[in-house]
Design a binder for this molecule. Structure first.
Ligand code: AR6
Length: 174
């Protein structure tokens, strides 16, 4: 499995799947979620709405993921992962964040995805410090390696400062 860091708008990437940093309703929001819904078109909202609720208003619990088609995106699939809100690190945030990457990789394997791009889940509105999120993400991705796992993983950063943090974590993990 190769891991590459790129600075890009994730909606423009040509990977087989892209991951969305969603909220439990899966009905859109701001940040990367808003950008993905705008680029994928209104069919995405319909597909999300059709996913079953596990409880009122919750289609995807925190730390899990769900999959839809990519609709108007270059990517064939969108995997919607719900990261934790950062509450100081004592509310299971690392376990829940690792769960996003693990569940996303499991769905990717199930759907024969050979390349996948992740945004910095939870590192925007949800406030997870990227210096702490990056090593958690990288460990979870490494743990998810098995036959059939995507050969190419792209960590899509929205700006140079974020990319530098993820590159440092990647160097440290090497
Ligand atoms: N491509 C790649 N990365 C992006 C893009 C983009 N087009 N746009 C933003 N980012 P956030 P979260 C980066 O806030 O923290 C939504 O409202 C951004 O700079 O999108 O998991 C959801 O509905 C940051 O580094 O996601 C939830 O309510 C990273 O993506 C909530 O926000 C994640 O920032 C989820 O918050």
């Amino acid at each position: 499995m190769s891991i590459e860091i790129v600075i890009a708008d994730i909606t423009q990437l040509n990977t087989d799947a892209i991951v969305n940093a969603a909220n439990p309703s899966l009905l859109g929001g701001g940040g990367v979620d808003g950008a993905i819904h705008r680029a994928a078109g209104p069919e995405l909202m319909e597909a999300c709405r059709a996913l079953p609720q596990v409880r009122l208003g919750v289609r995807c619990p925190t730390g899990e993921a769900r999959i839809t088609p990519g609709f108007r995106l270059p990517a064939r699939y969108i995997i919607h992962a719900v990261g934790p809100v950062w509450h100081g690190g004592t509310h299971d945030e690392p376990t829940l964040l690792a769960g996003c990457y693990r569940h996303s990789m499991t769905l990717a394997i199930k759907h024969g995805v050979d390349s996948i791009a992740f945004p910095a889940i939870s590192c925007g509105v949800y406030g997870y410090p990227p210096e702490l999120a990056a090593p958690v993400a990288l460990r979870s991705l490494r743990d998810a390696q098995r036959p059939g796992a995507p050969l190419h993983v792209v960590l899509c950063c929205f700006g140079e400062a974020m990319a530098a943090i993820w590159q440092n974590a990647l160097n440290d993990a090497a």
